[in-house]
Design a protein around this ligand. Structure first.
Ligand code: ISJ
Length: 95
């Protein structure tokens, strides 16, 4: 069972890295949200999202990860980002 323990240790490290990377990504996207609110730009950018999804699907396929899963995951993250951007814009217009 040493192998199971070793694998689980790696899984825990990978999960921690994912959380830290997501936190860093949201730190950046919140700054993007503030810039968009400042310049009266809409929270979502479907053209940019389309490019990101195409890119991520290619990266996933190359890495032998299901491209459908990669797309669903990115859409889930982007939905949360747009929710933040809407909140940032609403807070700014309430000032
Ligand atoms: C972060 C942005 O805002 C939104 C969120 C995106 C993302 O999380 O990658 C991409 C496009 C936008 O819908 C952006 O426009 O760059």
């Amino acid at each position: 069972m040493a192998e199971l323990l070793n694998l689980r240790r790696s899984i825990d490290n990978i999960d921690a890295a994912i959380i830290h990377m997501l936190a860093e990504r949201f730190r950046c996207t919140k700054k993007v949200g503030a810039l968009k609110a400042e310049h009266s730009l809409p929270p979502g950018d479907p053209a940019r999202e389309k490019q990101q999804i195409e890119r991520l699907r290619r990266l996933a396929a190359d890495a032998e990860l299901d491209p459908e899963f990669a797309e669903t995951f990115l859409n889930f993250v982007i939905r949360e980002v747009i929710r933040h951007h809407e909140a940032i814009a609403a807070a700014r217009s309430a000032d």
